[in-house]
Design a protein. Structure first.
Length: 447
């Protein structure tokens, strides 16, 4: 018998085949749309990553509302992927749908601000504690722009990231730690610059390495998720951020905290919940995109712009802060991302984590469960990974696909990358219990 992470791999492969056949047999409409899509969509999908799901062809969505969606063949799903955080507060929340409908009749984009921009910036400052804000259409753009501002403000060229990070398709950060040195990620397409010249990379939770990498005073900023979420979850050790922030400050480096995913921690993000004091703060997916500056950094970036020659700054896009986006952001902040919504999500995430842990224990697999607020993940190791290298070692996309497809065929969707599971304000205890029961069944079938 061949085993893998405590699983009988022969059984897992056989199960995967059966599940693929079931999926294909039950979804003629998705199959037909996939066939048609191949005629004019490169890769057969609107974005090539959409082929990374466990399904033999794309699952087409008919409609999505709250915690669920219906596919074009009429199957209903409890959605725990939630657009990989883009829909973390549920699909089509009524206040946002209303705001979009209303703004849709009043103008989409004008390259001029509406009142909403003033309200939103005030609310962002109140909520996250950084007094000055700018917007972006995506978290990728927000990160890209913040790196530019950080370099402009400090006059330093280098940035530091943590091994295994993901901050969107920002070229600078696709550098891994290989044999103790930086190496450009070789999956990167069409990149002709040597990214290792200006990007340093160290392991998360390693204070000594951080100190050494910043010591020469050439690093403009550290760009970090406060808890890593993109190579599986890696949590900061107790006291890590307190010490790391002191080191970063001592070397005159800026700290940029990317809360695109860790906004699952609470209404003020991980930053507020754990008392971090970043110089810049990035928001994305569930509330669009934007970034905040501390008062001091805001002074410095404004001075950098004032002192630069006229012309392109390299920051911004035409649709950034458009009227429609600002209306959606206002509705989300005012009526959707509420304390009550988070309280509901935390209670269910806790129920989910406990349920998964007891299944893991009962089935005797060497796995663990990690959590950041409303975000829960089961990982294929007995103890949570401490850094990107450890997290990478335990990833197993083939095994993930077996589990994901089994769940999907039972009306339960989780994120296609690693094993991340999100709950939203509309998720119910019954949804969570169904997921735990199906997780138990799939383990029973393959252990
Ligand atoms: C931490 C983090 N930052 C930024 C991004 C980029 O977000 P987007 O793809 O919406 O630009 C992601 C996407 O997964 C992310 O996880």
């Amino acid at each position: 018998m061949s085993t893998r992470h405590g699983i009988d791999w022969n059984k897992a492969q056989a199960l995967f085949e059966t599940e693929r056949e079931t999926f294909a047999a039950q979804r003629p409409r998705s199959r037909e749309l996939s066939r048609q899509a191949a005629e004019h969509l490169a890769f057969g999908v609107p974005l090539h990553w959409m082929n990374d799901w466990s399904t033999p062809f794309s699952l087409y969505v008919d409609r999505a509302k709250g915690a669920r969606f219906r596919d074009v063949d009429g199957f209903d799903y409890a959605d725990f992927c939630l657009g990989d955080t883009g829909a973390m507060f549920g699909h089509a929340p009524a206040p946002v749908a209303r705001a979009l409908t209303e703004q849709g009749t009043k103008g989409l984009t004008a390259m001029l601000p509406s009142e909403d921009a003033v309200w939103v910036s005030r609310e962002l400052a109140r909520r996250f504690g950084l007094p000055f804000w700018q917007f972006a259409m995506t978290a990728t753009d927000a990160n890209r722009f913040v790196l530019r501002w950080a370099r402009a403000a400090t006059g330093r060229s280098k940035v530091l990231v943590f091994n295994g990070c993901y901050h969107g398709t920002v070229d600078d950060v696709f550098v891994d730690l290989v044999d103790g040195g930086p190496m450009q990620r070789d999956s990167l397409l069409g990149q002709v610059y040597d990214l290792t010249q200006h990007t340093r990379v160290v392991e998360f939770n390693d204070l000594e390495a951080l100190e050494a990498a910043l010591a020469d005073g050439e690093v403009a900023c550290v760009l970090a998720e406060p808890a890593m979420t993109n190579i599986g979850m890696v949590l900061p050790e107790r006291g890590y951020w307190e010490a790391a922030q002191a080191i970063i400050r001592r070397h005159g480096t800026l700290l940029v905290i990317d809360e695109t995913h860790t906004i699952s921690t609470g209404p003020g993000g991980f930053t507020r919940a754990h008392g971090l004091a970043p110089d810049a703060f990035v928001l994305g997916k569930p509330i669009g995109g934007g970034y905040g500056f501390s008062a001091e950094l805001a002074e410095r970036v404004q001075a950098a712009k004032r002192n630069a020659p006229p012309g392109h700054s390299g920051v911004g896009t035409t649709l950034t802060a458009n009227l429609l986006a600002m209306a959606a952001m206002r509705a989300t902040l005012a009526e959707v991302m509420t304390e009550d919504a988070y309280a509901h999500m935390f209670a269910l995430a806790e129920r989910l984590a406990e349920g998964l842990r007891s299944v893991i224990e009962r089935r005797g697999v060497p796995w663990c469960v990690t959590q950041v607020g409303a975000r829960t993940e089961f990982q294929f190791s007995p103890a949570p990974p401490r850094n990107g290298s450890e997290a990478e070692c335990i990833l197993d996309s083939e095994l993930e696909h077996v589990i994901h497809l089994y769940l999907l065929n039972r009306g339960l969707l989780i994120t296609p990358f690693h094993n991340m599971i999100l709950v939203c304000p509309d998720t119910t205890a019954t949804d969570v219990d169904r997921l735990i029961a199906a997780f138990d069944e799939v383990l029973a079938a393959i252990v």
